[in-house]
Ligand binder design. Structure first.
Ligand SMILES: Nc1ncnc2c1ncn2[C@@H]1O[C@H](COP(=O)(O)OP(=O)(O)OP(=O)(O)O)[C@@H](O)[C@H]1O
Ligand SMILES: [Mg+2]
Length: 249
């Protein structure tokens, strides 16, 4: 069995008096695609926000490749190889595609003290990546994110995770509001990520999308994990739906 990449242990998270996560454990192995399912408010986004440093943890531990990690900001998470993609995610609408790709990690041209952003390099990488993620339309890398469609923005965020070769790519409802072709693009990307040895956590309300791409399904209900080892190859969509709603017992 592949080595463990991420282990979250006894994670608790409260927002004031709201207990969003209660004693959650989650493991992701290297090269594994985990589908995280659960009804609205089950705690899925909160769990991945804790892992991506977007919200502070109340208590519990996170281990990365067996070592305890302190993730207190999104920068920490990125430094640990964790990249999170939300629809319209951490992209800056006023900046170009190329600048968004390199946000916070801009290449500098010339000696450090007179460093200028290497725009030509960023534009070239952006052009290549847009092709790789399946944006066939010829969109110049200098285009502002604000003028792209939801799916195109998604593609830019995905391109960023690809370029920086993150170990774990988290996708929180990446197929929401996407057209058919764009959705297929996202699902193709997730399969491609596995083929190149990356791990993914994939959250989607469309169980069929999850069944198409994941190795293992984890189900959350009311802030806890109620199933963590469902094999989509030997389970039915209906049986997983019963676990999600709690009709399984
Ligand atoms: N910033 C916040 N402040 C207060 N409560 C919050 C906050 N974010 C989430 N919650 C609460 O925590 C619980 C879990 O929410 P979370 O967003 O993690 O659910 P989810 O499983 O992602 O749901 P969905 O499928 O609707 O996206 C909910 O009860 C929600 O209202
Ligand atoms: Mg959510």
């Amino acid at each position: 069995m592949a080595e463990e990449l991420i282990r979250m242990e006894h994670i608790h998270k409260s927002y004031g008096r709201i207990q969003a996560l209660t004693d959650v454990n989650l493991t992701v192995r290297q090269g594994e695609i985990v589908g995280l399912l659960g009804d609205n408010g089950a705690g899925k986004s909160t769990l991945i926000k804790v892992l991506s440093g977007a919200v502070p943890i109340t208590s519990g531990d996170i281990y990365i490749k067996g070592k305890k990690a302190a993730i207190t900001s999104t920068t920490d998470a990125i430094a640990h190889g964790i990249e999170t993609i939300y629809q319209d995610s951490a992209l800056v609408p006023q900046l170009s595609i190329a600048r968004n790709l390199f946000l916070g990690r801009e290449p500098i041209k010339g000696p450090n003290f007179l460093g200028r952003l290497d725009e030509a390099m960023m534009n070239q990488v952006a052009r290549d990546l847009l092709k790789r993620v399946g944006i066939s339309k010829n969109i110049p890398p200098t285009t502002n994110i604000g003028s792209l469609s939801g799916g195109e923005r998604q593609a830019v965020a995905i391109a960023r995770a690809m370029y920086f070769d993150s170990d774990l790519i988290i996708l929180d409802e990446p197929t929401n509001n996407l057209g058919v072709a764009e959705t297929q693009g996202v699902l193709r990307f997730v399969r491609g990520a596995r083929d190149s040895g990356h791990s993914c956590i994939f959250i989607a309300h469309n169980i069929h999308h999850v069944f198409q791409v994941v190795d293992r399904i984890v189900v959350m209900r009311r802030g806890t994990v109620v199933a963590d080892d469902i094999d989509p190859k030997t389970s039915t969509v209906e049986s997983v739906e019963r676990v999600i709603t709690g009709e399984d017992h």
